[in-house]
Unconditional design. Structure first.
Length: 427
C-alpha cells in the first residue's frame, strides 16, 4: 500500500536540474567527441559516414545532426552477418566484453563494457524507487540484457533485487508477501496478472501486500490500465521507455506528465523520410544516440512514434520530455501529414461502449487524403446523426485531422479485420 509520506528522489539532483542550455552544451561536447572517436576506431561508422560524405571538419554540433545517416535495426543485422559478432560498431576488441547477450533474431549485443550508463538508474529513481526498497524484477534474465541493466541500476540506487523473471504468479505473490516487497519492475500486464492472482488467493492486494510503487515498461500503458492497477493495488505506477541497445530514453516522474530524457542521452523526434527534427506537437519517429565509448549507438532509429511535450515540468527536472509513445512506425498510416495508429483509435472508442466494431479506411481523391471511419453499433441507438457528428468532432480533436464517420449495419465489418485499411494507390 502506498505510503503518503514516501519521498521522491533524484539520482543526481544538480545534474538533472541544471539549466537546459548547459546540459545541451555537454551533450554536444560528447557527441563531437564520440564522432571523432568512432571514425578512428569503428569499422562500421567509418564506412557508413564515408559513404554518406560526412566531413567532421565541417560538423559543428547538434545543429548538424540531420547530416548523419540514421541507422536502423536492419543495418545492425546485416552488418553483424558480414562482420560478426557486433557488426564493427564496437570501438574496442570484441574479446574485452565480458558478456554477449542474444536478442531476438540472433542479434548480438556486448555487455559488461567499461561504460557507466546511469540512464536506467535515473529512470528508476524518477519513477519512485528508493534505496532500501526490495524490488521484484520480473523481466527475463535469460539471454536478453534488459533485466541485467535494471539489476545493475538497482545496485547503483542501493535497492535490493529479487530476480524473479516472468511466470509462476502464485509463487511471486507469496514472495511479495513473505519478503515485504515494496517495488515492482516489469510489464503492466504481468503486474495485473499478479494482482488478479492475489485476489484469487483470497488476498486484498492493496491491504495484504506491501507494494508501494511500480516502474513498468516494454508495453504500452494506457491511462485506463494505470488507473486500474493503482486502484487495485493501492500503489503508484510510473513508466519508463528504454531499448536494450540505447538504454533509457524517457521516464515518468511523480508528475506523470511526459517522459523525461535522462542525462547522457540524445533523443530526437524526426520526420522518418528526411531525418530532420519535428517541431513540438508534431509526431515523428524517435531516433536516439548514446555515447558508450565501447559500443556507441549514434542516431539509431527505434521504430517508435512520439512527439515532444511543451512547457516545464513542476518536478524541477530541466530535460526535454516526450509526451508519450504513440505506437510503432509499422502500425501507422500517415494521413495529410499526420500519423494515425490503431492504438489512438482504440483510445478514442474506449469511451463509447455502444460501438461494436470500427474500421478506418484511408483513400485518396483529387490528390487529397480522405479518412472514413465505418462504425457498427452493438444495437440500434436511434440517433445515428447525432452520434456520427459527435464521433467526427472527437476524431478531429483527438487526431487533429478531419474524417467522416459512416454508420453501417451489424456484420458489415468482417471478423479479424484490420483497424486501419489504406486503399490509396500510388503511381
Amino acid at each position: 500500500m502506498t505510503d503518503p509520506d514516501r519521498p521522491w528522489r533524484y539520482l543526481n539532483q544538480p545534474a538533472e536540474t541544471q539549466p537546459w542550455p548547459q546540459r545541451q552544451q555537454e551533450v554536444e561536447r560528447r557527441l563531437l567527441e564520440t564522432l571523432h572517436m568512432v571514425m578512428k576506431r569503428s569499422r562500421a561508422y567509418d564506412q557508413i559516414y564515408r559513404q554518406a560524405g560526412v566531413d567532421l571538419t565541417c560538423f559543428r554540433g547538434l545543429e548538424d545532426l540531420a547530416r548523419l545517416p540514421i541507422i536502423r535495426m536492419s543495418d545492425l543485422v546485416a552488418r553483424q552477418e558480414q562482420d560478426p559478432p557486433f557488426g564493427g560498431f564496437e570501438t574496442v576488441p570484441a574479446g574485452e566484453f565480458h558478456r554477449i547477450y542474444i536478442n531476438p533474431g540472433f542479434l548480438w549485443q556486448p555487455g559488461e563494457s567499461p561504460y557507466g550508463d546511469t540512464s536506467v538508474a535515473e529512470a528508476l529513481c524518477g519513477g519512485g524507487i528508493l534505496a532500501g526498497d526490495r524490488v521484484l524484477n520480473t523481466f527475463n534474465y535469460h539471454l536478453w540484457p534488459y533485466a541485467h541493466m535494471l539489476d545493475d541500476s538497482l545496485k547503483t540506487i542501493g535497492a535490493t533485487v529479487l530476480p524473479s523473471g516472468t511466470g509462476n504468479a502464485f509463487m511471486q505473490v507469496r514472495i511479495m508477501q513473505k519478503l515485504a516487497v515494496s517495488a515492482y519492475m516489469g510489464t503492466p500486464s504481468f503486474l495485473m496478472t499478479l494482482a488478479q492472482r492475489a485476489e484469487a488467493m483470497g488476498l486484498d492486494p492493496a491491504a495484504d501486500l506491501d507494494l508501494e510503487v511500480a516502474v513498468v515498461g516494454a508495453e504500452m500503458l494506457p491511462e485506463s490500465l494505470r488507473q486500474r492497477l493503482e486502484g487495485k493495488l493501492g500503489i503508484t505506477v510510473r513508466q519508463s521507455y528504454a531499448t536494450v541497445y540505447l538504454g533509457c530514453l524517457g521516464y515518468e516522474c511523480r508528475q506523470a506528465n511526459g517522459l523525461h530524457v535522462p542525462q547522457g542521452m540524445l533523443v530526437e523526434v524526426v520526420d522518418p523520410q528526411s531525418g530532420r527534427p519535428q517541431p513540438p506537437g508534431v509526431a515523428g519517429e524517435v531516433v536516439a544516440s548514446n555515447f558508450n565509448p565501447a559500443f556507441p549507438m549514434l542516431r539509431l532509429a527505434t521504430g517508435d512514434l512520439s512527439l515532444w511535450a511543451e512547457g516545464e515540468c513542476p518536478c524541477g527536472r530541466t530535460s526535454p520530455r516526450l509526451k508519450r509513445i504513440l505506437g510503432r512506425m509499422d502500425q501507422a498510416v500517415k494521413v495529410r501529414g499526420t500519423f494515425v495508429l490503431p492504438s489512438q483509435l482504440d483510445e478514442l472508442f474506449a469511451s463509447h461502449p455502444e460501438v461494436f466494431k470500427y474500421q478506418a479506411e484511408v483513400s485518396r481523391h483529387r490528390d487529397q487524403d480522405l479518412l472514413n471511419l465505418r462504425v457498427e453499433f452493438i444495437e440500434d441507438v436511434g440517433d445515428h446523426v447525432g452520434l456520427r457528428r459527435l464521433l467526427e468532432r472527437e476524431l478531429h480533436e483527438f487526431l487533429a485531422i478531419k474524417g467522416q464517420v459512416e454508420v453501417v449495419p451489424r456484420g458489415t465489418i468482417p471478423d479479424f479485420h484490420g483497424n486501419i485499411v489504406d486503399r490509396r494507390k500510388w503511381d
